[in-house]
Design a binder for this molecule. Structure first.
Ligand code: SAH
Length: 223
């Protein structure tokens, strides 16, 4: 091997790109140090297809097969910040839409106990294997996440990474007291990031920026 091509040189390049990604997230307004630190540690290039790996640290979404995408780093940072500002590790967090597994890995890196549901079998199996290979302790389930994960409820936080036509009732019911749900709600193609927090009297709702997610498909999602 030539001298200028050291073993693990690729990993060093990826680490530098991760730092650049974090600088870009900062420029775009992400200021939560714990979120930025977690995203500097999680190796996003492991969660994308081989063709996308060289670009894994650009602030873009990429196809992961089956018509689905890995979320853009900015979107992951944004949702994770909304969660972390309202709920501290080591709480129990449920993610709906495992997809590539990247968002779940970021939540794990923050110290949450992470549960994740995916409806597409091939994506579920691939994420389970990847978590095993990387030694990441995320509990995964195959099924319709619009109904939550009843057996593991209540959750301190729930993050939905697919677009919902309305807020699924079951997810609200599975929140612990003080727990919060972060979910993009709206039409296909454009949704508003929405946070519900369980308080003594009921639920408080807050609205944030607009995003475009792939649809949440299921009983409490799109058909
Ligand atoms: N969090 C993922 C984002 C993947 S895109 C990541 O970091 O890569 C959204 C995912 O939600 C897709 O994989 C899609 O199959 C899944 N999904 C859509 N509807 C779902 C449902 N009802 N239950 C579980 N997963 C669902």
């Amino acid at each position: 091997m030539p001298e200028h091509f050291p073993v693990n040189g690729g990993e060093r390049v990826f680490a530098e790109r991760r730092r650049e990604m974090v600088r870009e997230l900062r420029r775009k307004g992400i200021g939560n140090e714990r979120v930025l630190d977690a995203m500097e540690r999680v190796e996003r290039h492991r969660f994308v297809d081989a063709e996308s790996a060289p670009y894994a640290y650009e602030d873009s979404a990429y196809p992961i097969g089956h018509g689905q995408t890995i979320s853009q780093p900015y979107t992951v940072a944004y949702m994770t910040t909304l969660l972390l500002e309202r709920c501290s590790p080591p709480g129990k967090v449920l993610e709906i839409g495992t997809g590539s597994g990247y968002q779940a890995a970021v939540l794990d890196a923050l110290g949450f106990m992470v549960y994740s549901v995916e409806r597409i079998p091939a994506l579920h199996v691939r994420a389970v294997r990847l978590f095993q290979d990387l030694g990441i302790a995320v509990s995964c389930r195959l099924g319709d996440g619009s109904l939550g994960w009843e057996e593991e409820a209540p959750f301190d936080g729930i993050v939905v990474t697919a677009a919902a036509p309305h807020c699924p009732e079951q997810l609200l019911r599975q929140l612990a007291p003080g727990g919060c749900l972060v979910i993009p709600v709206g039409e296909q193609g454009m949704q508003q990031m929405t946070v519900y927090r369980r308080s003594e009297g009921g639920f408080e709702k807050e609205l944030f920026h607009h995003f475009a997610f792939v649809p949440l498909i299921g009983r409490e999602g799109w058909n």
